[in-house]
Write a protein of this length. Structure first.
Length: 218
């Protein structure tokens, strides 16, 4: 992704991107993943990790997510699928430190994370479905890195993009990035104008009138 597109992605929030996806008839918004460690919005290119139950396979000899941390480029976001139903963390404190030192923008876990206070001390953004103290050891293992994963009901492929903030986590397929950005930027500008009108004294019933209700029509 060009530096221009990177900067543009960083300037739009999850709600604007979600609205843009709705306008374009595309999936991507995921509800119920929480921001645990910072107040920052994150965005960037995705690299993925798939976790499954530990059944004694050789993968258990390598700590989960370390391959993704070592592969992470500055500004990338690690996205982990831990949908086993087993209460075990798919991310932890040393991984947060390792990812921060690599320059990763943050991590999104479809599942639980742990060492939340430690990640907060590192100022490393961790988004996850839940939190726990239970270790992955003997419970779950990494089975693949940079393969399609599922977060919520969204399929996320390596090289896709994500915006995550206090409202939600929203994924954008790589092929759709430019048109989603254009639609999101138009929505941000429309809402900026609405806020300006409110501050100027326009009644909210007029500001939130018919044009707002129809602005996402295809």
């Amino acid at each position: 992704m060009s530096a221009d597109l990177t900067a543009r992605l960083a300037d739009v929030d999850a709600c604007a991107v979600s609205d843009a996806l709705d306008k374009l008839g595309l999936p991507g918004a995921v509800t119920g993943i929480h921001r645990f460690t910072t107040t920052r919005r994150i965005s960037g290119r995705v690299l993925t990790v798939k976790l499954e139950p530990d059944d004694g396979r050789p993968a258990a000899s390598r700590h989960l997510s370390t391959a993704a941390v070592e592969a992470a480029q500055p500004g990338e976001v690690i996205v982990i699928e831990q949908r086993t139903g087993i209460d075990a963390a798919g991310w932890g404190g040393n991984l947060s430190l390792g990812a921060k030192l690599r320059g990763a923008a943050g991590v999104v876990v479809e599942g639980s994370t742990r060492d939340v206070d430690e990640a907060r001390d590192y100022d490393f953004p961790v988004f996850a479905r839940d939190h726990t103290a239970r270790t992955a050891r003997g419970r779950i293992v990494e089975t693949a890195t940079n393969v399609p994963v599922t977060v919520g009901d969204v399929t996320v492929s390596p090289g896709d993009y994500v915006v995550a903030d206090g409202s939600a986590v929203v994924f954008i397929a790589a092929a759709d990035l430019e048109r989603v950005l254009a639609a999101a930027e138009a929505i941000v500008e429309r809402e900026r104008q609405m806020a300006a009108a409110l501050r100027a004294g326009t009644p909210i019933s007029q500001v939130m009138g018919a044009s707002y209700e129809t602005m996402l029509k295809k």
